[in-house]
Design a protein around this ligand. Structure first.
Ligand SMILES: NC(=O)c1ccc[n+]([C@@H]2O[C@H](COP(=O)([O-])OP(=O)(O)OC[C@H]3O[C@@H](n4cnc5c(N)ncnc54)[C@H](OP(=O)(O)O)[C@@H]3O)[C@@H](O)[C@H]2O)c1
Length: 249
């Protein structure tokens, strides 16, 4: 049975993705740090789900994790770096401790797992690493500066890793969702606006990306259109977003 490690798999996009991979016959290693929620998520998936209790904000728990898991469960062919936390605050009001915690979970833990997975997968000449970033990785917005910065950092690392992995047998992908109806927003203290998607819809996009070995995948077409406009007219887009923020819309 092929193994897949999904971080942040106790709810939202991670849990929906784990469910889809379990249905395909994978043994799914679900990682998160709230034990009761994790055990409940695993029991909802059945015997193919294995709980991995780990606090990604603690670097010492992430160091060496990949080898420990492979010793217990055998080779892992898929890593989905999905765990992430948000924060709503203007940059001027963002506490440095919050900024560091956000980077620890959203960037450093994912980066460390990429390093560990890449070393093992490239030796076997097979594997897929998929990082969940966000549309905010390409265009951050007011009041999510810390979050956008952490996702932009992961976006940059993913691009480099993908190029370095070429010819190694390892595929590196990135999925950039936006406004998904999950507990993420309640935890971060704000609500999604505009078009929303369900975690199941995003999980479907993740599976398509795993199957197709795509480099990057946006989860719905308005985001892709926004990226094109932003690439062509970055100053107009910035002026429009600032105007909207001043109006409070
Ligand atoms: N929702 C959106 O609109 C949206 C948009 C773009 C990108 N994303 C990204 O998509 C990913 C999944 O988000 P989601 O919307 O599915 O959110 P979610 O339902 O809140 O899930 C987040 C997961 O991350 C885990 N997690 C948080 N802190 C952790 C830590 N210190 N150690 C281990 N696990 C931790 C949570 O586990 P616990 O339950 O144990 O806390 C939970 O399983 C995130 O990277 C997010 O940034 C989301």
């Amino acid at each position: 049975m092929a193994n897949a490690l999904i971080t942040g798999a106790s709810s939202g996009i991670g849990l929906s993705t784990a469910r889809r991979l379990a249905q395909r016959g994978h043994q799914v290693l679900l990682l998160s740090y709230d034990e009761p929620e994790l055990l409940q998520a695993c029991s909802s998936l059945g015997p193919q789900a294995v709980p991995v209790l780990c606090d990604l904000s603690m670097p010492e728990q992430v160091e060496g994790l990949w080898l420990r898991l492979e010793e217990s469960y055998g080779p892992i062919d898929t890593l989905i770096n999905n765990a992430g936390i948000g924060l709503r605050a203007e940059v001027v009001d963002t506490e440095m401790a919050d900024l560091r915690r956000l980077f620890e979970v959203n960037f450093f833990a994912a980066a460390n797992l990429c390093r560990q997975a890449m070393a093992c997968m490239s030796r076997r000449r097979r594997g897929h690493i998929l990082n969940l970033t966000s549309a905010a990785a390409r265009r951050s917005l007011p009041c999510i500066g810390a979050y956008g910065a952490s996702k932009a950092a992961l976006h940059g690392l993913t691009q480099s890793l993908r190029l370095e992995a070429s010819g190694s047998g390892v595929t590196v992908s990135e999925v950039l969702p936006i406004s998904v109806t999950t507990p993420f927003f309640a935890r971060a203290g704000y609500q999604p606006r505009g078009l929303t998607q369900t975690p199941e819809q995003v999980a479907e996009q993740i599976l398509l990306c795993l199957d197709g070995g795509q480099a990057e995948r946006t989860t719905h077409w308005p985001t892709a259109l926004g990226f094109v406009l932003d690439a062509l007219f970055p100053n107009w887009v910035a002026a429009f977003l600032a105007w909207r923020y001043r109006r409070g819309s």
